[in-house]
Design a protein around this ligand. Structure first.
Ligand SMILES: [Zn+2]
Length: 141
C-alpha cells in the first residue's frame, strides 16, 4: 500500500522527531534540497516509506541509476513497510563537503517477515544537490 498523501503536520517517517513539513517534505517536494548527506539519506528513507519513487530516482546519481526505474522502485515500495530508521554514523557530508558517508539501520517488514537493512551509503554533492551514489548493504532477517 502506498501512502502518497503523507500529512504534513504529523511526525516525519524518518524518526527525527520533527513534523514532516519541517523535515523531509521540503526536500521531497523539491522546495529546498537536503543540505547534508544525512538529511538526504533521511529524506530517501521517508520517500521509501511514503512511496515517492520519483524522488528516489531523482536523488540517485545518474551514473549509478543502472537498471533503476520508477517501476522497479514502485515494486520494491509496494513489497515493504518501513518502520524505523537509525543513523549509526556520518562521515563528512556536511554543507561544506562534496562527499559523505552515512551508515544506518532501516527496519522493515514484508511478506517474509521483519528484517533490517544495514547499509553504509556513499553520497556526492553536485550543483548544491546531494545524490546517492551506492552502498554496502547487509540484510539481517
Ligand atoms: Zn524526516
Amino acid at each position: 500500500m502506498l501512502h502518497d498523501h503523507q500529512a504534513t503536520s504529523t511526525p516525519c517517517p524518518c524518526g527525527s522527531g520533527k513534523n514532516y513539513n519541517q523535515c523531509c517534505e521540503p526536500a521531497i517536494e523539491g522546495i529546498k534540497p537536503a543540505s547534508t548527506a544525512e538529511l538526504l539519506m533521511r529524506s530517501r528513507y521517508t520517500a521509501f516509506a511514503i512511496g515517492r519513487s520519483d524522488y528516489l530516482l531523482k536523488t540517485t546519481h545518474p551514473d549509478h541509476r543502472q537498471e533503476l526505474s520508477i517501476e522497479l522502485l514502485d515494486e520494491q515500495i509496494s513489497m515493504t513497510t518501513w518502520s524505523e530508521l537509525e543513523i549509526l554514523e556520518t562521515i563528512q557530508g556536511s554543507e561544506s563537503d562534496s562527499t559523505g558517508v552515512v551508515s544506518f539501520i532501516a527496519s522493515f517488514s514484508s511478506d517474509e517477515g521483519e528484517a533490517q537493512l544495514h547499509e553504509t551509503s556513499r553520497f556526492i554533492r553536485e550543483n548544491e544537490h546531494w545524490l546517492y551514489v551506492d552502498g554496502e548493504i547487509k540484510l539481517v532477517q
